[in-house]
Ligand binder design. Structure first.
Ligand code: HEM
Length: 264
């Protein structure tokens, strides 16, 4: 419940229905799993409707009684006649709320599990509490709360000698790159709280470039990575269709210059 409380405070989300919000959010994020059952998908769609209705209510309340939270700022930006439409504000409210706590909740859970599974590492951390930040990075590397991301190819590209036609949905598995022995050596599969360079993992863009570094066909190389291997098992679908059906969400704008667009 702590991450939910923190993100709610940070962005200014009311907490009177925090239990339901957390349940809706959890149901929704199950659809990020490539193997989402029909029941989970139906539950996610129901949760989406309920959560959207709640967020719309929050939107209306904050519109009439703004506070100094991020949600009010988003609405204010719209009032200033700037970029954000009502729908854009609503989807960003949802995105911030869900992205801001599902990841951190699972990071804490994964960290506790790995320390309990590796008592020697727990002892190491207890002996040197200054390793706390590095331990968090190692949890992000070893057992990340986000295992895959999504991209849609905007043009034909080649990754690790596999051609990906324009319009394909690909699932780059950063979690595989985070265990690639070519990067992490023969300790790639070990959980080490004092690992040097633990923060060089992928999947959190704070310190690392976007993953993977797709290159146009003309610059093919031989450094096939585990992430690329995983990407090859990607689903292929015409642009957006399958993804929208699976996740009931719309594509966001892609960053300029990206050869593959992000999708949620
Ligand atoms: C352990 C913590 C976190 C992890 C591992 C994590 C990981 C990620 C990943 C992998 C993506 C997708 C990147 C991509 O597809 O290129 C993402 C996107 C995002 N995250 Fe996080 N995140 C974390 C915490 C947070 C927090 C605390 C917030 C908000 C307060 C947040 C807000 C967002 C937003 C808004 C996006 C979408 C960005 C965009 O589409 O441009 N995340 N995060």
């Amino acid at each position: 419940m702590l991450p939910v409380q923190i993100i709610s405070d940070l962005i200014g989300m009311p907490t009177e229905q925090v239990g339901e919000l957390r349940d809706w959010s959890h149901a929704l994020t199950k659809t990020l799993d490539p193997l989402c059952s029909p029941d989970d998908r139906a539950a996610a769609m129901a949760a989406r409707s309920e959560m959207t209705a709640y967020i719309e209510d929050v939107y209306d309340r904050k519109r009439t009684r703004p506070d100094d939270g991020i949600l009010s700022s988003l609405i204010g930006a719209e009032d200033d006649g700037e970029r954000l439409s009502r729908d854009e504000v609503l989807i960003n409210m949802l995105l911030l709320y869900i992205a801001g706590h599902e990841t951190t909740t699972n990071l804490i859970g994964n960290g506790v599990i790995e320390l309990l599974r590796h008592p020697d590492q727990l002892d190491r951390l207890r002996a040197d509490p200054d390793l706390d930040a590095n331990t968090v990075e190692e949890v992000l590397r070893y057992n990340s709360p986000v295992q895959i991301t999504r991209r849609i190819s905007r043009e034909d590209v080649e990754v690790a000698e596999v051609e990906i036609p324009a319009g394909s949905v690909v699932l780059p598995a950063g979690a595989a790159a985070n265990r690639d022995p070519r990067k992490w050596g023969d300790t790639a599969d070990r959980f080490l709280v004092d690992r040097a360079g633990a923060n060089e993992h992928v999947l959190v863009r704070r310190t690392t470039p976007p993953l993977p570094r797709f290159r146009p066909r003309s610059s093919r190389g031989s450094d096939r990575t585990a992430a690329a291997d995983a990407a090859i098992s990607s689903a292929r679908a015409r642009r957006g269709n399958q993804l929208r059906a699976a996740h009931g969400a719309s594509r966001r704008r892609s960053a300029a210059g990206n050869r593959l667009s992000r999708a949620t």
